[in-house]
Design a protein around this ligand. Structure first.
Ligand SMILES: NC(=O)c1ccc[n+]([C@@H]2O[C@H](COP(=O)([O-])OP(=O)(O)OC[C@H]3O[C@@H](n4cnc5c(N)ncnc54)[C@H](OP(=O)(O)O)[C@@H]3O)[C@@H](O)[C@H]2O)c1
Length: 231
């Protein structure tokens, strides 16, 4: 495979707090692994921002892109009567349209050099919400199911051209997305998970590493979820 842990990396952020984190990760990758990095601001729900992101990568690192990880995601927690059009459109644009934009813009820079020996790879972050329903999350579930359809269709379309496309569907993982939830609710969530605890980002990193390095795996959805949803 062409990509390795020393390949140049573009890190996207949107908010200022994410910029600080992105700069920190970039600095550590450069210092500890000698990885060339570029940190770029973009709102990936907007096609023009995605275009600028890909342009920045190509200008800095050249016209071959080996890996794309689509991960941006937001939620509303609202019933389908009270939710506003603006709120659910924001979720669909951020969680699903951004993945359509990015795959559409990046794939030409993958198939210009990929083949069976020189594979490229896309990993899309879905959710257990895309595998099953979640109350008050209709927009989120729609976006995350859509990501699975996108993943499978692109996997088939590009399988013969050396591009693998897979998805990760995390269960409950302790990130900023869960930080607003109080301890009682967290305990209730953990109790509903057969393994009895909320996952860690390292659980997702393990699945990501596997998908990036598994040359015969495409069109799959891996769900680190503690047994919460069985496929
Ligand atoms: N944590 C869980 O339990 C869980 C479970 C299932 C699936 N997931 C999925 O995992 C992915 C990562 O979520 P997380 O748990 O790490 O939550 P998080 O800490 O809230 O991270 C979400 C990330 O998405 C970025 N983002 C949101 N809108 C964006 C936009 N328009 N353009 C660019 N970046 C944008 C945010 O950047 P800014 O901070 O700059 O806005 C943030 O870095 C999401 O797709 C989420 O749906 C999470």
């Amino acid at each position: 495979m062409s990509h390795n842990c020393h390949s140049p990396l573009l890190i996207n952020y949107r908010s200022e707090s994410s910029k600080a984190l992105s700069d920190d990760i970039a600095a550590r990758l450069e210092k500890d692994y000698g990885v060339k990095t570029l940190v770029v601001k973009a709102d990936v729900s907007r096609y023009e921002d995605c275009e600028a992101l890909v342009k920045a990568a190509v200008e800095k690192f050249g016209e071959h892109i080996d890996v794309l990880v689509n991960n941006a995601g937001i939620t509303n927690n609202c019933n389908w009567i009270d939710i506003t059009r603006d709120a659910y459109e924001r979720v669909i644009n951020t969680n699903l349209m951004s993945f359509l934009h990015m795959t559409h813009l990046v794939l030409p820079y993958m198939i210009n050099h990929s083949d069976k020996e020189h594979q490229c790879c896309i990993v899309n972050t879905s959710s257990v919400g895309g595998l099953t329903g979640v109350i008050n999350q209709a927009d989120y579930c729609a976006s995350k199911s859509g990501i699975i359809g996108l993943t499978r269709a692109l996997a088939l379309e590009f399988a013969g051209r050396g591009v693998r496309v897979n998805a990760i569907a995390p269960g409950m993982i302790m990130t900023d997305m869960l930080r607003g939830v109080n301890q009682d609710e967290l305990n209730a969530l953990a109790a509903a998970i057969p393994q009895g605890f909320i996952g860690d980002v390292s659980d997702i990193a393990g699945a990501m590493e596997y998908l990036l390095t598994a040359p015969y795996v495409t069109g799959q959805v891996i769900s680190p979820n503690g047994g919460f949803v069985l496929q």
